[in-house]
Design a protein around this ligand. Sequence first.
Ligand code: SAH
Ligand code: SF4
Length: 352
Amino acid sequence: MQHRENHHKKHDLKNMTLDEIELFISGLGKEKYRAKQIMKWLYRSGITSFNEMSDLSKAFRAEIESIARISSLMIEETQKSVDGTKKILFRLEDGNVIESVLIREKNHWTLCVSTQVGCQMGCRFCLTGKYGFKRNLLPSEIVDQVTISRFNTPEGNDIKNIVMMGMGEPLANYENTVKAIKIITNDAGMGFSKRKITVSTCGIAPMIEQLGKDTSVNLAVSLNAPDNDTRGYLMPINRLYSIERLIAACKSFPMPQRRRITFEYILIDGINDSDGDAERLANLMNGVRCKFNLIPFNEFPGSEFKTPSDARIDAFRKILIKHKYTAVTRASKGRDILAACGQLRGTKENTR
Ligand code: SAH
Ligand code: SF4
């Protein structure tokens, strides 16, 4: 198992998939179906103590409590943007802070969750990347961003989509991310559809292929440049897995009819935003079932890049459209509270 049980000896039930809870309680000589009861309590009621599990016998509750525990993230603070976006700062048991972002859509909310404390991938344009890497999140810590948000924010009930686009690179924390997906989608618990979950990656090609075998979530790839020189300059991962290798992995990703891979493309003034770049991008993706999310670069204190003009952004988008692609410009929300793409860094200081 990849995850650590930080400083507690007891097994955290929130780190376990249904299969694992079943195994765990059958080790105690209990019936398998009790695992579903436990999952219901954990994820449909959001309870945090065994005492409240009223359909389990007192003796069983006492027994399980002596060897297992139920972890819980703490909401440290929430911040609200002028555009309605909300950033939630969670305090982890070891004192680290991570962030989730609630994004308002037309009739529901999307929750953007983190998968690591910081990030190792070192992309030049990303504040999370600049801030460095502390550690992987446990499955429980990924899942709890959803559970706690659901039960403890006014918007919680209306969270319909989950995007793994917060702090960190999900495919660099692969096992824990997949386990979290299994827990979030389990019918006995929150029962999110896999189609409502999107994993966003900087392009770790072999892990994209693995993800396609292990789950059926949506895939988003942060592309950000149409050639290896520019991409390698912006994103060190490209020196390991070239654009060609990345596209091969994307083509192998299993997708039902009418599903498409999302390519995220940050538009950076003078770096990757010319008409020529758009043309190259259009040619590059010929034959890939995809759509484009264009994200105007979000400046942050100390960033070396600039946001292009609106006219430039529009011209770039129109070239992709001319080539029959779907391309939308994604207005980054929550910039005033540093909740927008690439602005998360997991500290309380200097964020207002
Ligand atoms: N590590 C994964 C998931 C994090 S998502 C990934 O990179 O895909 C973070 C998203 O924000 C990515 O699409 C990234 O390209 C984008 N991003 C990072 N820094 C940004 C910035 N300064 N402005 C706009 N988008 C940014
Ligand atoms: Fe990490 Fe993604 Fe930021 Fe790159 S863009 S540093 S992979 S979080």
